[in-house]
Design a protein around this ligand. Structure first.
Ligand SMILES: NC(=O)c1ccc[n+]([C@@H]2O[C@H](COP(=O)([O-])OP(=O)(O)OC[C@H]3O[C@@H](n4cnc5c(N)ncnc54)[C@H](OP(=O)(O)O)[C@@H]3O)[C@@H](O)[C@H]2O)c1
Length: 391
């Protein structure tokens, strides 16, 4: 029996994780869960999985949750970043699913590592912001960082049992999102509904917008740099609209090894939870390449999708530039979703914030938080108070 803590239980990855746990209840049990403000779903999850401890975003949500659960409930309720850290460091937890969204997952994920927990890692922004700090902590504590992001999980699977000296480069695949064929002049008038309509994956809103701008792939390039310790020139991106090949590794003899499946996050989640075992996911549709017919691949277009270029530039710049890019992106995506920024403002304003940033090495976590706060304020100033009817 493996004890699991889930950061972000009410999110898309969190819900998939709970489904895997439930299907394999002889192998896993949930001991703690952190959510934001979706109390109705959290109550249902608590009733079903009976964790010892939960956390929600604020003190007032914690009070509301207590009321909903009733006085007979024995679940310990925490809130805020300290609450999420309590979830991540539950003494019984052996693996922590890091699936909050955005840089706010940094503190709890680092707390889990410091407490010696293995990490099933989905919350990519954390590695983008603090890759150096986090990988150093993972090495120091000797814990496992198991990728849940489908591309990184694919690469992890392809590399398993193979000597790293034989690796030439990795190739991340990208669906291309809903705007793969959209003419350049239409990017200004993209609506939120259009951007949320991802062709192959159903995910949380933030990552869905990131997929539409290709920033998601850019964040994944930075994530791969830290997970697999590779320089940017050995991390390639190729557009593959069918999302069947989840990523590939190219070996020094020219062999390319790919991981393929019908797109479903249950596969990487189950792989990370059960590693080094594999679980029988018989409920999923098996991949039929004959039925699928064509699998196609093409170069990403850097003129229509500048976010990918910006992420490579942040990686090349090093220091705190990736933290700056991430914070500006989080603010711009939130503003776009709220109808306060245009879709095309996302790369435009991120680039301005990056240009203004005085890059340097982060010596402490506080340095990273400072850059994060500065970049968010800069992005806010650029967004301004005007509402755009883009919803
Ligand atoms: N979805 C995917 O298929 C997928 C694939 C690969 C990687 N990822 C990565 O995994 C992470 C999660 O993605 P997702 O799609 O699952 O996101 P999501 O559906 O938006 O879920 C985010 C989770 O974080 C919680 N949360 C948000 N703000 C919070 C706060 N202030 N305090 C505590 N909890 C808070 C949410 O709680 P409430 O909903 O209760 O507010 C929810 O449980 C992201 O970094 C994403 O890039 C996702």
């Amino acid at each position: 029996m493996k004890s699991v803590a889930i950061l972000g239980s009410t999110g898309s990855v969190g819900v998939t994780t709970l489904d895997v746990v439930e299907r394999f209840s002889d192998r896993f049990r949930v001991v703690s869960m952190a959510a934001g403000n979706n109390l109705d779903l959290l109550v249902r999850q608590i009733e079903r999985h009976r964790p010892d401890l939960v956390s929600v975003a604020t003190a007032s949500l914690a009070a509301q949750l207590q009321q909903k659960l009733g006085s007979s409930s024995t679940v310990e309720i925490h809130h805020g970043s300290e609450g999420a850290a309590a979830v991540a460091t539950h003494p019984a937890a052996q693996i922590v699913v890091s699936a909050l969204v955005g840089a706010l997952g940094l503190g709890p994920t680092l707390a889990a590592i410091a407490a010696g927990k293995d990490i099933a890692f989905a919350n990519k922004e954390v590695l983008v912001v603090a890759g150096e700090v986090m990988t150093a902590a993972v090495r120091e504590r000797g814990v496992r960082l198991l990728p849940v992001d489908s591309e990184h999980n694919a690469i992890f699977q392809c590399l398993e049992g193979r000597g790293r000296s034989a690796l030439r480069r990795i190739i991340l695949t990208a669906s291309g999102g809903p705007f793969l064929r959209l003419p350049r002049d239409r990017f200004e008038s993209v609506t939120v509904a259009e951007a949320l309509n991802h062709p192959t994956w159903r995910m949380g809103n933030k990552i869905t917008i990131d997929s539409a701008t290709l920033m998601n792939k850019g964040l994944e390039v930075i994530e791969a740099r830290w997970l697999f310790d590779l320089p940017p020139e050995r991390i390639a991106v190729v557009i593959h609209p069918q999302s069947v090949v989840h990523s590939m590794v190219e070996m020094i003899d020219g062999s390319v090894i790919a991981e393929m499946a019908e797109p479903d996050m249950a596969i990487p989640v189950a792989y990370a939870l059960a590693f080094p075992d594999r679980l029988p996911l018989d409920h999923l549709k098996p991949l039929s390449l004959v039925e699928r017919g064509n699998l196609t691949f093409e170069e990403p277009d850097p003129t229509r999708f500048p976010c990918l270029r910006l992420a490579y530039e942040a990686l090349a710049a090093g220091g705190t530039m990736a933290a700056c890019l991430n914070a500006a992106n989080e603010e711009l995506v939130a503003a776009f979703l709220a109808g306060r920024a245009r879709f095309a403002d996302i790369p435009r304003h991120i680039e301005t914030v990056m240009t203004r940033h005085h890059n340097g090495r982060a010596r402490t976590l506080e340095d990273l938080y400072e850059v994060d706060g500065w970049a968010r304020a800069q992005a806010h100033a650029l967004i301004g108070p005007t509402a755009h009817a883009s919803i």
